[in-house]
Design a binder for this molecule. Structure first.
Ligand code: KG4
Ligand code: ZN
Length: 334
C-alpha cells in the first residue's frame, strides 16, 4: 500500500515552517525558521514583522523541506496548511502558498487546526490510543481535551484569561528576562526554591478551566512590595514559586480529567510541554496512577510543520479536503 506524502506548512505565529510527512508518522523533513531574534527587542511577537518575515522565508523553507525529503514536488499527494487560529497576516502567507501549490500540482489541499497539529505531534512519537485526554499548553492556548477517536475533540476546559505560556512570558518580562521567557523561568526555577506561597487558582469545584492572570499579578505585586521595603527576593526563588503554582494546578486538573473520562492515555502538547518541571511532575503523577504518558521531544512541542502533516494525515484518510475558498481564520475552533 502506498503511504501518502504530504507537504505541510505552518505560519500561524513567529515560525515559518515546512515539513514532508509520509503516512502520517514518518518525518522525511522538518524545517523551522524562527523569527524570535526579530521580535526579542519588542518583548513579544509583532504581527506586522511576523507577516513580512513569513513572506520573505516561505518559498525558501518550502524548497528546503522538499529537497531535504529527497523528493520532487510531483511526488506529493497533498498540501496541508495551518488555517487557524493565529495571526491573520501570518496565516495568510502559509494558506496562500499552500493554495498555489495544491492548485498548480492539482492535488488535494488540507486546512489544519493549529491545536490539532500540536496534539498529533504525539502521533509522531507513539501511535495515539483512544480514548485519551490531552493537555495543551502553549503561548496562546491552555486546554484539556478529550478525544474518543481520530479528529474528534471535546474541550473539557480552557483558560479564562492568560494562556500558561503567556503567563510565563509576562512574568519573565517583569523579572527582566528576554523573550520568550518560558525557558528562562524554567531554568531559574531549578536553581531556586519555593520560598513564597503564591496563589493557586482552582476556580469552582469540578471545573477544568484555568486562570493564570491572578498568579501573574501576585508575582508582580510581590516584586513591587519587596522593592518598596528594599528587600531582595532571589529571582530563582520567585521563578521556583511561580512554576510550582502553575504545575500544581496543571497536573491536578489534568489527572482529574483523565480519571473523570476513565481513559488510560494522556498526551501533552504545545510549547510549554517543553517545561522540565511540568514534564517531571506529569511523569510522577502518571506513574503513580498507572496512566500511559506521551510527551513529544522539545523540537516537536514548539511550533513546527511536522505536527501539521501528522494531523493532516487523518484528514487525508477521511478525504476531508479544503477547496479554493480556504482562508486564514484567526478564531477557528477545534
Ligand atoms: O506552542 P508554541 O511554540 O507557540 C504557540 O503556539 O503559542 O509555544 C510558545 C510558548 C511561549 O510562551 C514560551 O515561553 C513557552 O511556550 N515555553 C516554555 C518553555 N519553552 C517554551 N514555557 C515554560 N517552560 C519552558 N521550558
Ligand atoms: Zn503552537
Amino acid at each position: 500500500e502506498h503511504n501518502e506524502i504530504i507537504l505541510a506548512i505552518e505560519t500561524s505565529c513567529d515560525e515559518t515552517a515546512a515539513a514532508v510527512i509520509e503516512g502520517g508518522r514518518v518525518i522525511r523533513s522538518n524545517v523551522v525558521a524562527s523569527q524570535v531574534e526579530s521580535h526579542k527587542r519588542f518583548g513579544g511577537v509583532v504581527p506586522e514583522i511576523a507577516s513580512r518575515h513569513h513572506v520573505d522565508q516561505i518559498t525558501v523553507i518550502i524548497e528546503e523541506a522538499v529537497e531535504q525529503a529527497g523528493i520532487r514536488l510531483e511526488d506529493l499527494d497533498a498540501v496541508a496548511v495551518t488555517e487557524g487560529p493565529g495571526l491573520i497576516g501570518a496565516l495568510l502567507v502559509g494558506v496562500n502558498a499552500a493554495k498555489a501549490l495544491a492548485f498548480t500540482l492539482d492535488i488535494p489541499l488540507i486546512g489544519v487546526h493549529h491545536i490539532a497539529g500540536h496534539l498529533y505531534a504525539n502521533h509522531l512519537v507513539e501511535p495515539l490510543t483512544f480514548p485519551l485526554v490531552a493537555l495543551v499548553v502553549s503561548g496562546g492556548h491552555t486546554e484539556l481535551i478529550h478525544m474518543e477517536a481520530d479528529g474528534r475533540y471535546e474541550v473539557m476546559g480552557e483558560t479564562r484569561d492568560d494562556a500558561v505560556g503567556e503567563a510565563y512570558d509576562k512574568v519573565a518580562r517583569t523579572l527582566g528576562l528576554p523573550y520568550p521567557g518560558g525557558p528562562h523561568i524554567d531554568r531559574l526555577a531549578h536553581e531556586g526554591e519555593e520560598t513564597l506561597t503564591l496563589p493557586r487558582s482552582w476556580l469552582e469545584a469540578g471545573s477544568f478551566d484555568f486562570s493564570f492572570s491572578g498568579l501573574k499579578s501576585a508575582v508582580i505585586n510581590t516584586l513591587h512590595n519587596a522593592r518598596q521595603r528594599d528587600e531582595k527576593i532571589p529571582v530563582e526563588n520567585l521563578a521556583a514559586s511561580f512554576q510550582a503554582s502553575v504545575i500544581d494546578v496543571l497536573v491536578d486538573k489534568t489527572i482529574r480529567a483523565v480519571k473523570e473520562k476513565q481513559v488510560n492515555h494522556l498526551i501533552v502538547a504545545g510549547g510549554v510541554a517543553a517545561n522540565k518541571g511540568l514534564r517531571a511532575a506529569l511523569k510522577d503523577a502518571c506513574g503513580r496512577e498507572g496512566i500511559q504518558l506521551t510527551i513529544p521531544p522539545l523540537h516537536l512541542c514548539t511550533d513546527n510543520a511536522a505536527m501539521i502533516g501528522a494531523a493532516a494525515h487523518v484528514q487525508y484518510q477521511q478525504s476531508m479536503f479544503s477547496d479554493d475558498r480556504l482562508n486564514g481564520n484567526p478564531g477557528l475552533t477545534l
